[in-house]
Ligand binder design. Structure first.
Ligand SMILES: [Zn+2]
Length: 358
């Protein structure tokens, strides 16, 4: 496909599914605009939401579970829920890649707000093996084991403490664009299991997870609801960062996603070098849709390099050492033919097989 960029947002042909509508934008931003307006409309009754959470959590130690990473979204969630006089338990998943700054941010924010923390430390050798399996599988989904495990541990803690609400940091202001081809299958345990079976050297024994039936149990039998509270409150990222800095001594990672070295490495090297994907485009485009920045500001941000040459050398060296992978093996993985979620056993392929009798 010939290179082209949208006239309204900054999404381009690196999303193979994109369609362009001239001055009206592209399939990403025009759909996102509709979703944005719908979600904002649906998220107007903050008072009702808070009353419901308080009522269902009365007489319990906690009335909600929040996930914390040290990043801006989840730190702001901690601030918001306390401001609303909710009684949260914070949950953090330590997958072995936390930066010192992230750990400090979590501590500063939670200590100041007086929020209890449950910290789940993952089995590093097992997790490292699963992350390697995803790299070997050649899909752009190597953050999925972390994302899946976080949700699993949030569900488990909600069940354990009889809490009905998991409050997360997902928000329509900065995340209304998410191209399917850039990452897919977060809730798909069958996908994770099958990748590990094919490429791993260990059996998965401890990774927190949930299958389709467990998800159904959490949602329909235990009535655990996921709440995107940032959609109910004003959320201007730049202003929120200033607030967190002045009130908690919170540290900004800039655009580099430095709360986790793996996330940084994935977004700065694996995705752009192998898949031609620069995730900044979807975040910046989302912020154009929600009116937080102009297209010119987004283009100026995109013009900045993802990393310097020196950073690339140091980051790769650290990655090889921590992952226990040789430079040669990594280069072979980066050159291997690109594949996707659809090339492996997963729940959605199951569904297609059932429907078409294949
Ligand atoms: Zn667009």
């Amino acid at each position: 496909m010939k290179y082209k960029v949208c006239e309204v947002c900054v999404m381009d042909t690196s999303d193979p599914d994109i369609k362009f509508y001239g001055k009206r934008g592209c399939s990403n931003c025009s759909n996102a605009k509709k979703t944005y307006l719908r979600v904002k409309q649906e998220s107007r009754d903050l008072k009702g939401l808070v009353q419901k959470i308080r009522r269902d959590g009365a007489n319990k130690k906690y009335d909600c579970i929040i996930g914390v990473s040290g990043g801006v979204d989840s730190s702001y969630v901690a601030y918001v829920v306390k401001k609303l006089h909710l009684r949260p338990l914070a949950v953090h998943l330590d997958n072995g890649w936390d930066s010192k700054q992230a750990v400090l941010n979590v501590k500063k924010v939670l200590d100041r707000l007086g929020i209890d923390l449950y910290n789940y430390v993952i089995d590093w050798e097992e997790f490292r093996d699963i992350q390697m399996s995803f790299l070997k599988a050649s899909t752009p989904d190597s953050e999925i084991p972390t994302d899946h495990a976080i949700v699993a541990i949030l569900y488990k803690m909600a069940l354990k403490h009889h809490v009905k609400y998991i409050i997360d940091g997902w928000n329509i202001e900065t995340e209304c664009i998410l191209p399917q081809k850039w990452s897919y299958g977060h809730a798909d345990w069958k996908y994770i299991k099958s990748i590990q079976k094919q490429f791993g050297t260990k059996k998965i024994k401890t990774l927190p997870h949930y299958n389709r039936f467990q998800k159904m149990f959490y949602e329909r039998a235990a009535h655990i609801e996921r709440v995107h509270i940032l959609n109910y409150v004003p959320y201007n990222k730049a202003r929120v960062k200033e607030k967190l800095k002045t009130e908690f001594g919170w540290t900004d990672y800039g655009a580099k996603h430095d709360e986790s070295f793996y996330t940084k490495f994935y977004q700065n090297y694996i995705l752009p070098d192998k898949f031609g994907v620069d995730k900044r485009k979807m975040h910046l485009s989302s912020m154009i849709v929600s009116g937080q920045i102009s297209r010119e500001e987004a283009l100026a941000e995109l013009a900045k390099p993802l990393h310097t040459q020196e950073e690339a050398v140091a980051d790769h060296r650290y990655f090889y050492e921590k992952m226990g992978v040789s430079e040669n093996e990594y280069k072979k993985i980066m050159k291997a033919e690109k594949r996707s979620y659809w090339d492996y056993p997963n729940y959605e392929n199951d569904f297609i097989h059932k429907v078409f009798g294949l």
